[in-house]
Design a protein around this ligand. Structure first.
Ligand SMILES: [Zn+2]
Length: 406
């Protein structure tokens, strides 16, 4: 649904966002997106990536920079729109909820990654080779390797409904806060600017608005200007909270809904087996509880343990197929297992039903992507906007470009 703004009540004046102090990241790096998610649902997952011959600075420095940036962006977004904030992927550690940061050693050397023309593609290939290629996850990558002196601060690309990547080049753009770069590229990864539609797209660059230099997505950034001085779609007429018919980033499934009470999902397991959600959220080996944004579809998949078979659902789900339900009210799912006498397959028959459902979802996504193309072709499934943020000593320039998303 496209949001029609009710006056300006939703929007805070710039400067009200929280300025987060440096927060020491006290988590440990992972190699996969770990569960359970602190905020179940389509996540924005954070990755620290170095060249194959690079130096790891995650624990000593960059982890804290990433945690601080996440808190800065979260506070700024809530100040701009009290009803939304990005669903940053967090995980419970002994010290509390922290970013779930994955560590990736890319399969290219620093020298290979230096030329800006091919850096984005190489980093994308590297994180995909490491297993980070989910269509329900947006990725924020802090690339810690040398630049080539072209003052490109970051690059981002993505579609409104599937893949998206935002990359921050740590070695570039002294004086420009990384939170500004990450938030700007995150908007690209979420599908900004949508096209066609926005009335203020820059001449010759439909990836950015040009109506105000205070817009976070303006193609020129100023060194030393913090995120708190910038706004999320000045005038709300191009990409966020607008009343037009084109895609609105405010409706992105990667944003949490802060204006509705969360829906509680309670899963009870009887017997030996596991239950996982079809979007990152839960993977329960015993009865478990989780809170989700209301009205989002959540699928549950049951896998019988060794020597067991899946019998049925009860409570919020029924039958013996996979359970897909829209979380509207408090519900309880109950799963029963009992021993079977024949050798047991690793997955229950319900998994086949789940596979068909995923294919249907994929078909819908492709259809949606095709609608963005003027000349659909078999070789191009989705084309989206990308932007490379450039900075100079005092001012930053940005070049817009198009990138193909997979
Ligand atoms: Zn841009």
């Amino acid at each position: 649904m496209l949001a029609a703004l009710a006056a300006g009540a939703l929007w805070a004046a710039p400067g009200q966002a929280l300025a987060a102090p440096a927060t020491t990241w006290c988590g440990t790096p992972g190699t996969v997106d770990r569960l359970p998610e602190g905020n179940p649902g389509a996540p924005v997952h954070w990755i620290y990536a170095i060249p194959s011959d690079g130096t790891d600075r995650l624990a000593t420095e960059i982890g804290t920079q990433m945690q601080t940036d996440a808190e800065t962006i979260d506070g700024w977004w809530r100040g701009q729109d009290p009803t939304r904030t990005p669903r940053f992927d967090t995980l419970g550690f002994g010290c509390g909820q922290q970013l779930d940061i994955s560590f990736v050693t890319l399969n290219s050397t620093a020298a290979e990654l230096q030329p800006i023309a091919s850096r984005f593609a190489r980093i994308l290939a590297g994180i995909e080779a490491a297993g980070f290629s989910s269509a329900v996850t947006k990725y924020i990558v802090y690339y810690d390797g040398p630049g080539d002196g072209t003052n490109v601060c970051g690059e981002g690309a993505g579609s409104a409904e599937s893949e998206g990547v935002a990359i921050e080049f740590l070695s570039a753009c002294d004086g420009l806060p990384s939170s500004v770069v990450v938030a700007h590229e995150l908007l690209h990864s979420l599908g900004a600017l949508p096209a066609p539609g926005p009335p203020h797209a820059c001449p010759g660059d439909d990836g950015h608005p040009c109506d105000s230099q205070l817009d976070l997505l303006y193609p020129v950034a100023t060194s030393g200007v913090p995120l708190t001085s910038l706004m999320l779609d000045v005038g709300h007429d191009d990409y966020y909270g607008h009343s037009g018919l084109w895609f609105d980033i405010q409706d992105s499934r990667w944003l949490r809904h802060l204006d509705t009470a969360p829906s509680h999902l309670s899963v009870v397991i009887q017997g030996a087996g596991t239950i996982a959600s079809d979007v990152p959220g839960i993977s329960c080996t015993a009865s478990c509880e989780s809170d989700w944004d209301a009205n989002q579809p959540v699928g549950l998949v049951a896998n019988a343990g060794p020597g067991m078979r899946f019998v049925r659902w009860s409570g919020g789900c029924t039958g013996n197929a996979d359970c897909t339900s829209r979380l509207r009210r408090r519900r309880r799912s109950r799963r029963s297992s009992r021993r079977r006498h024949l050798p047991c397959r690793s997955r229950s028959p319900a998994a086949a039903v789940f596979a068909r459902a995923r294919l249907l979802a994929y078909a819908r996504r492709v259809a949606s992507c095709r609608s963005l193309l003027s000349t659909p072709s078999r070789s191009v499934r989705c084309r989206s906007r990308a932007g490379a943020l450039r900075a100079g000593p005092a001012r930053a320039r940005e070049r817009g470009s198009r990138a193909r998303c997979r």
